[in-house]
Design a protein around this ligand. Structure first.
Ligand code: ZN
Length: 263
């Protein structure tokens, strides 16, 4: 991609995204196991406010993907996120894996998700990220029919791209597991130093090629103090490049659709 591709002559686009799952998945799958539930609750109890503090310190706007169930249960926290100028987009109703649902169930899940946003927050979310980055073969069509303008769950490129079906099209803001805090910290048990090293080299290379750096984090994972300190260090590094466009996913999708989708 040529330098100057992005608005304001920026050389790289950066999305800081946070999947605010709280204990939606654990409550759905194993409501009797209160220890995993408590661990997931760390996101709502501690993580979100630490993340917001960091974003505020640097004056950055981010996107939070939130399951409908969490929108309802933690309405105050979600309103606080919106009040900070951040985007709130959808992330399933109770953190379902779409590939495990039948069509009727998936349709109902999406309806319930959109309803929770409309009812609790008063708006239709424009973006969607599949819990577990797990979409079914019919999800994109259903998402488009449910009014979503963009998705951020697929991995085919490292730039925004258009996903087209017979009777729909949506903007895709692609992700990758290496840019997700969950597997690095919770599965591979990397230290903050190691993750900083991985993410910094990913960012530097994407920056050099003028591509999109789309980082997925979870308040219950990144919210631990040593990891929050690492996130601050990463942001300082990103900002040291000066010509980086750090924005919200919805803004990026809208700009890209208007200016680049047909090129
Ligand atoms: Zn999630």
């Amino acid at each position: 991609m040529s330098p100057g591709y992005w608005p304001f002559d920026k050389r790289c686009a950066v999305l800081l995204t946070f999947d605010f799952d709280a204990e939606s998945d654990e409550t759905r799958t194993a409501p009797e196991r209160i220890v995993p539930i408590s661990r997931a609750q760390y996101g709502a109890a501690v993580g979100v406010s630490r993340v917001l503090r960091v974003l505020n310190e640097f004056g950055l706007k981010a996107t939070f993907f939130v399951p409908g169930w969490v929108v309802e249960k933690y309405a105050e926290a979600v309103r606080g996120i919106l009040a900070g100028g951040h985007e709130v987009a959808a992330h399933g109703y109770m953190h379902e894996k779409a590939s495990e649902l039948g069509e009727t169930q998936e349709r109902a899940m999406l309806e319930r998700t959109v309803h929770s946003f409309r009812q609790t927050l008063g708006f239709q979310p424009s973006g969607y990220r599949a819990p577990w980055f797990d979409l079914s073969s019919r999800s994109l069509k259903l998402l488009s029919a449910s009014g979503f303008a963009y998705d951020s769950s697929l991995m085919r490129q490292d730039m925004p791209y258009l996903i087209k079906g017979d009777d729909y099209s949506m903007v895709e803001l692609p992700v990758e597991w290496v840019l997700d805090d969950y597997p690095l910290f919770e599965v591979h048990r990397k230290s903050p130093r190691e993750v900083l090293d991985i993410w910094t080299s990913e960012f530097d290379s994407l920056f050099e090629e003028n591509l999109l750096f789309n980082l997925t984090m979870h308040p219950e994972v990144i919210g631990r103090p040593a990891r929050i300190a690492m996130l601050r260090e990463l942001i300082r590094h990103v900002l040291s490049k000066n010509d980086v466009w750090i924005t919200r996913a919805g803004d990026l999708a809208e700009w890209w659709l208007k200016n680049k989708a047909n090129l």
